[in-house]
Design a protein around this ligand. Structure first.
Ligand code: 6PG
Length: 476
């Protein structure tokens, strides 16, 4: 049996696992690894490990014996049943006080269940979201751990060294008990869906509305990426337009089927927002637009049947591109605001531990939604930790006030041209809804009371009331 020398172990040498192992080893930590298929482990050891301090186990028992007690085992396998299967397998060889860390995109309710069960059995458990894809895992991801705080302290040095760094601050922090880490990762992905859809709509408006070609689109996103929209998603969008298809020589993006797949983490955020009654229309629009994209064949048939304008306006010029830029800014801020508002609401479940300044801090680097504006978001929560909505931060309310006309213009243009822009449109509705002191919900209440005697409250008196709306009470 080998010596128990490794600082940390990782189970699952898929793309994320392999890259994270190399990352940790490059930061000076010794890592024990295991994968179910021996061949994958052998290939990794022969091809990638070189002189790094990485040791492999070829049975779970061997793997666990490589780790220095109390042991810390990271799991990097697909979310769902595989995580439970791995936990069942490794816990057979663990001792009380050992730590298990699930690094997958697990649903927070699964993480809660695992946290309860494992904690009862005196193991430490962390659900840790990881963002940044393969490159992030290798060179510095954003890490979102939650669960056992004692467990986190044990791996803190490794995680802080391996995470992305912004202004010498690591993009990792303990986020709270139970499933706090996976909850934050879920919201990250909801925001990711919303922003991706907003960008896609600006693309559609320039491509269909203005007949912009790939070079022009590249140039626009490239310029946008140098200003207040600077972000990872803007950067990769600009680069996407540079890539040509080897087969047809067309821009590759033009050859890609317009059917957006998803693993569902954005949808989880939407469901959670609905569950908590937190308005998150831009995130819903991101999910819904992917759903609409699925119906390619039906859309093709409907495009031949349903009437409407056909999308092009020769008069749109570079001024419209400026409107788009500002509209996108409003939409993006709205997306972060919706995600933050959801976490503020969910915070009650996490014993008031979810600190939104911390979340914004660890999203500044490494993750998919990293963006220049997160610095301002972080500052907003630093100034007012209890800020009820990001839109109310003086800096953002000023910015949005100065740009809301651009969003109106863009939304009107999209409607006039018949180009669907659900995320931009709902971003405007979110902004207008939030700033409307009076909404037509009074009529909804009147209708409910009319058909169902559900009662209503009054503006001028407390209590609940029911009215006799018609001669005969029952109309439904
Ligand atoms: C990240 C990504 C990552 C992954 C998503 C894709 O933060 O690194 O969000 O988790 O790319 O799972 O999600 P969809 O398949 O749902 O688009």
């Amino acid at each position: 049996m080998k010596e128990r020398v490794c600082d940390i172990g990782l189970f699952g040498l898929g793309v994320m696992g392999r890259n994270f192992v190399l990352n940790m080893a490059d930061r000076g930590f010794s890592v024990g690894v295991y994968n179910r298929t021996d061949q994958k482990t052998r290939e990794f050891m022969e091809r990638d490990v070189k002189d790094r301090n990485i040791q492999a186990g070829y049975t779970v028992k061997d793997f666990l014996s490589l780790l220095r007690p109390p042991r810390s085992v990271l799991i990097s396998v697909p979310a769902g049943d595989p995580v439970d299967a791995v936990i069942d397998e490794i816990t057979l060889g663990l001792e009380p006080g050992d730590l298990i860390v699930d690094m997958g995109n697990s649903h927070f309710s699964d993480t809660d269940r695992r946290y309860q069960t494992l904690t009862q059995k005196r193991w430490h458990f962390l659900g840790m979201g990881i963002s940044g894809g393969e490159y992030g895992a290798r060179h510095g991801p954003s890490l979102m751990p939650g669960g056992s705080s004692e467990g986190y302290e044990r791996i803190r040095a490794v995680m802080e060294a391996s995470a992305a760094q912004v202004d010498k601050t690591p993009c990792v922090a303990y986020l709270g008990p139970g499933s706090a880490g996976h909850y934050v990762k879920m919201v990250h992905n909801g925001i990711e869906y919303g922003i991706m859809q907003l960008i896609a709509e600006t693309y559609d408006l320039m491509k269909r509305g203005m007949a912009y070609n790939a070079d022009q689109l590249h140039a626009v996103y490239d310029v946008w990426n140098q200003g207040e929209l600077k972000s990872y998603l803007m950067e990769i969008t600009s680069e996407i337009f540079l890539k040509n298809d080897e087969k047809t020589k067309n821009p590759l993006v033009d050859m890609i089927l317009d059917h957006a797949r998803q693993k569902g983490t954005g949808k989880w955020t939407s469901v959670e927002a609905l569950e908590h009654q937190v308005p998150a229309p831009t995130i819903h629009a991101g999910v819904g637009a992917r759903d609409m994209s699925v119906y390619k064949d039906e859309r093709k048939r409907a495009s031949e049947t349903l009437r409407g304008p056909h999308g092009n306006d020769p008069h749109l010029d570079k001024h419209f591109v400026d409107h788009l830029k500002n509209a996108l800014y409003v939409g993006m801020v709205g997306c972060y605001a919706q995600g933050m508002a959801l976490m503020k609401q969910a915070d009650k479940t996490y014993e008031d531990a979810l600190d939104l300044e911390t979340v914004a801090t660890i999203w500044r680097g490494g993750c998919i939604i990293r963006a220049e504006m997160l610095e301002n978001i972080r500052n907003a929560y630093h100034r007012q930790p209890d800020l009820s909505n990001l839109l109310l931060d003086p800096r953002f309310s000023e910015d949005l006030g100065a740009r809301q006309e651009d969003l109106r213009h863009v939304v009107c243009t999209a409607a006039r041209l018949g180009i669907p822009a659900p995320a931009l449109m709902t971003s405007l509705a979110y902004y207008d809804g939030y700033r409307s002191e009076r909404l037509p919900a009074n009529l909804i209440m009147a209708q409910r009371d009319y058909f169902g005697a559900h009662r209503y409250e009054r503006l001028d008196e407390s209590g609940t009331f029911h009215a006799q709306w018609a001669e005969s009470e029952v109309k439904g």
